[in-house]
Design a protein around this ligand. Structure first.
Ligand SMILES: [Zn+2]
Length: 94
């Protein structure tokens, strides 16, 4: 398959740098964009309980990767691609 996406980290000039994250795709509705959700839990000594945090990051989804809702993906920080996107999907784990 030919890749015509000029924001693809594999075939074209996107240079991932900075932090890398792993998360679950929770939305693939937008064109060439997926929403990645990451859960984390940190222990709070004062209350002796776990604090659950959740963060969502919009990431660019190149044609040749084409991640779908439910996929676990790696994303990497890159230059700002649009108003809200500064991450790109670099691979599907499962
Ligand atoms: Zn590509």
């Amino acid at each position: 398959m030919e890749c015509n996406d000029n924001r693809c980290p594999v075939h074209h000039g996107i240079n991932p740098r900075g932090i890398q994250l792993t998360g679950i795709v929770v939305s693939d509705k937008a064109k060439k964009t997926v929403i990645i959700e990451m859960d984390s839990a940190s222990y709070m000594y004062k209350y002796e309980r776990y604090l659950r945090k959740r963060s969502r990051v919009p990431a660019h989804n190149p044609d040749c990767i084409n991640a779908k809702t439910g996929n676990v993906v790696n994303i990497a920080e890159t230059r700002r691609l649009s108003k809200t996107k500064s991450f790109v999907v670099t691979g599907i784990i499962k």
